[in-house]
Design a protein around this ligand. Structure first.
Ligand code: FES
Length: 104
């Protein structure tokens, strides 16, 4: 088991919630299961349901990048110009403690 800390700010100080997750959990699913809002308005209306097609589930990993699965090919294409810490939550598998900024 591990912990995922969802925060609002880049410094990780404004904590939204902290959740316990099994190693191997999908980051988007853990957010939704715990009522953490990861989508901006467009994403709320048009997200692909977590199949890696829409790019609206972007989050910023504040701490713990080393505890995640590597970027998928789709993420590489869609996030190419974004900071390395940005991930598509539906494509991200959690393997250890992380801190995640929502709606970067
Ligand atoms: S929910 Fe569509 S790419 Fe993640």
């Amino acid at each position: 088991m591990t912990t995922i800390t969802f925060v609002k700010d880049k410094n990780g100080k404004e904590v939204i919630t902290e959740v316990v997750a099994a190693n191997g959990s999908n980051l988007r699913e853990k957010a939704l299961q715990n009522n953490v809002d990861i989508y901006k308005l467009k994403g709320k209306l048009t997200n692909c349901g977590g199949v890696g097609q829409c790019s609206t589930c972007i989050v910023d990993i504040v701490e713990g990048m080393e505890n995640l699965s590597p970027r998928t090919d789709f993420e590489q294409k869609r996030l190419g110009k974004k900071p390395d810490s940005y991930r598509l939550s539906c494509q991200t598998v959690v393997k250890g403690p992380i801190t995640v900024r929502t709606k970067p």
